[in-house]
Design a binder for this molecule. Structure first.
Ligand code: ATP
Ligand code: MG
Length: 613
């Protein structure tokens, strides 16, 4: 991981003084100080120069945008971009537009649109500002884009090229070799305009011709060698239906979307750095033609998030879903926002992660444990505690009936949270008392199979014949042995209760033990399905360098066990975050958990400190 070199100074004067600064914050603060965008008008909705000129001074100090293509579910990389754009807008008195970049008719779907809105809102952001929703669709701008293209043609900056795709590719040249002009390049504007109209009127076949910018086929930046602006594609669009059979290319559409929406700072990932000259070229021409509001938006690039052990590409995630390697877009093993949510991640944990990794201008890999650490940190104070036995074996307290009376169930309690202040009830005298969990101890309890050893390894402190441990919240017990079946498998662990050692009673700690173990009473324990998730991939960079990521799928990424949990855990609400003491953080599954009757839990993240021997 490279150090976040841009993340240095704190700017005490900034409205976001509590947050560490970064190069984007510095750019925005500079623009605000210089009043770069102070004179801009806003027409109340996206639109061209005339529309905004008829409006009022823009009360939004900055306008950012989050512009996903609705062709899949959002992932943790998008979460970084969402946190960045929406929090910059919020911190500097502006708004972040939620924009669907839906200019590509083929791969887009309403299911994806809804999942994206859901993900952004769940992360804690919205697109309301000044009493207005700022939810936009790039496809609403197709009319203006057509007009902009016609303007470029008329002003001699675009032409219709009828070369085949192969010819165009061959004539583009490469890094070392300049391109070759198309034979159609010098066609007069009137002819180009006529051809372009014919393209839009479906008079030509798909792929027969494209509209291209007329820049420079010898330009050192290949993106400036007459990039394509429009292509013919007979496809039904989910928003505009069959109105159009020509669709703008992303590189043409995106700057226009920003300009119509009065975006001030257009933030994108580093791959688009080479596109910036075209972004500026296009908007410079449209400004000269009086088509767009001024000053025009500017593009800034930041490093995308690369996270180890996961894949962050909607297309590849779709493949995992479509081929059934995972249960769906919200599979808890996926780094989709829906998957992270189902896994037990909180918006606060993801926001913390976005802040912690910072914003830099150089690509790096972030270790998956950084994300897990953020969840642990957030759940530490929030997660309801409880006892769960994941690999149960029965413990029989052989002197229970004689000592306590046959069938006796001893009530036990434990705090629900580690910090009483977070969830307190008030006692009769009005004093705050920690909220308690209630459960009972009887003659038979479930313990972890690993908590007993017939012949203890060196340093082992838990149950073995002759050793004493505390049943946490209950009594100290002394192990006396075990029973086995015909195959030699241990069926019961046997122990005797040490009298007068109940936790919380006077003198209970006079009997010293080296370990306390968690347990669940046979009388009130509830069977629960527990899904133990591990990494989906065995390779830290599953798709780096064009590798086939399917090959590094972890065959053991999901193990399902039947555990026994204490009553308070079985009564958790769906989506409630829990800590199974000694085991880790779990979440009651949002979809499958039924409170009380059918508990289903998923492992969110393990505890930092593994249980000592
Ligand atoms: P994918 O390849 O997964 O489809 P994309 O970049 O093509 O990703 P878009 O829907 O176009 O997906 O992305 C919306 C926004 O999210 C863009 O502004 C993009 O820069 C940002 N984004 C996407 N992936 C990442 C990432 N890994 N890290 C940071 N930002 C990202
Ligand atoms: Mg994309």
């Amino acid at each position: 991981m490279s150090p976040a070199t841009e993340n240095t100074a704190h700017n005490a004067a900034s409205p976001a003084a509590v947050k560490p600064s970064n190069f984007l914050r510095q750019i925005i603060e500079n623009d605000l100080a210089q009043g770069t965008y102070a004179t801009r008008q806003w027409g109340g909705s996206p639109g061209d120069a005339a529309h905004h000129a008829a409006g009022a001074p823009d009360v939004a100090q900055v306008r950012m945008r989050f512009p996903p293509e609705p062709n899949g579910y959002l992932h943790v990389g998008h979460a970084k971009s969402i946190c960045l754009n929406f929090s910059l807008a919020r911190d500097y008195g502006g708004v972040c537009h939620m924009r669907f970049d839906d200019t590509n008719p083929e791969k887009e779907d309403v299911e994806y649109v809804n999942s994206i809105l859901d993900a952004v809102q769940w992360l804690g952001f919205d697109w309301q500002f000044n009493g207005q929703a700022h939810l936009f669709h790039a496809s609403d701008y197709f009319g203006f884009m057509y007009r902009a293209a016609a303007y470029l043609i008329e002003s001699g900056h675009a032409y219709v090229d009828e070369q085949t795709a192969d010819q165009m590719r061959a004539n583009r040249g490469d890094f070392g070799k300049p391109g070759t002009d198309s034979p159609f390049r010098n066609r007069p504007p009137v002819e180009n305009l006529e051809r372009f109209r014919q393209m839009a009127q479906a008079q030509h076949a798909d792929g027969a011709m494209v509209l291209r910018a007329k820049i420079d086929m010898g330009h050192p930046n290949i993106n400036m060698r007459d990039p394509a602006l429009y292509r013919i594609r007979r496809a039904t669009h989910h928003n505009t239906g069959d109105t159009w059979c020509i669709y703008p290319m992303y590189t043409f559409a995106h700057p226009i979307e920003d300009a119509l929406e009065n975006i001030t700072h257009s933030i994108c990932t580093l791959e688009f750095e080479d596109q910036r000259p075209f972004y500026d070229w296009l908007l410079d021409h449209l400004r000269e033609g009086g088509l767009i509001n001024t000053p025009q938006p500017r593009q800034y690039e930041f490093a995308r998030l690369n996270l180890t052990y996961v894949i962050t590409s909607k297309r590849k995630l779709k493949q995992l879903v479509d081929e059934g390697h995972v249960s769906g877009w919200d599979d808890p093993r996926l780094p989709t926002i829906a998957g992270l949510r189902r896994r037990g991640y909180t918006p606060e944990a993801i926001q913390l992660f976005a802040e912690r990794i910072g914003v830099t201008k150089s690509d790096s890999w972030i270790d998956y444990s950084t994300l897990e650490g953020c969840l642990r940190e957030d759940l530490e104070t929030k997660a309801h505690r409880g006892f769960a036995v994941l690999n149960p074996v029965k413990l029989v307290l052989t002197n229970w009936d004689e000592l306590m009376g046959a069938g006796h169930l001893e009530p036990c309690t434990q705090p629900a949270l580690p910090h009483p202040a977070h969830e307190a009830t008030t006692d009769a005298a009005g004093a705050a008392q920690p909220a308690l969990r209630h459960f009972t101890l009887g003659k038979e309890v479930w313990i972890e199979r690993e908590d007993f050893e017939e012949v203890p390894p060196k340093g082992y402190k838990r149950l073995f014949p002759g050793n004493r441990v505390r049943l946490k919240a209950g009594y100290v017990i002394e192990c006396t042995g075990c029973t086995k079946d015909a195959k030699g498998v241990i069926t019961e662990v046997l122990a005797a209760v040490v009298p007068d050692t109940k936790s919380g009673t006077p003198g209970s700690d006079l009997v010293k033990v080296k370990a306390a173990i968690t347990w669940v009473g046979v009388a009130d324990g509830v069977n629960a399905e527990v899904r133990l998730y591990d990494r989906l991939f065995l390779d830290a960079q599953p798709d780096a360098g064009g590798k086939d990521f399917i090959e590094s799928l972890n065959p053991n990424s999901l193990k399902v066990v039947t555990a026994i949990v204490e009553p308070s855990l079985a009564n958790a609400l769906p989506d409630q975050k829990l800590q199974f003491e000694r085991h880790g953080y779990f979440v009651a599954d949002r979809m499958d958990h039924v409170q009380g009757t059918n508990p289903v839990f998923s492992l969110a993240v393990g505890l930092k400190d593994s249980w000592g021997k």
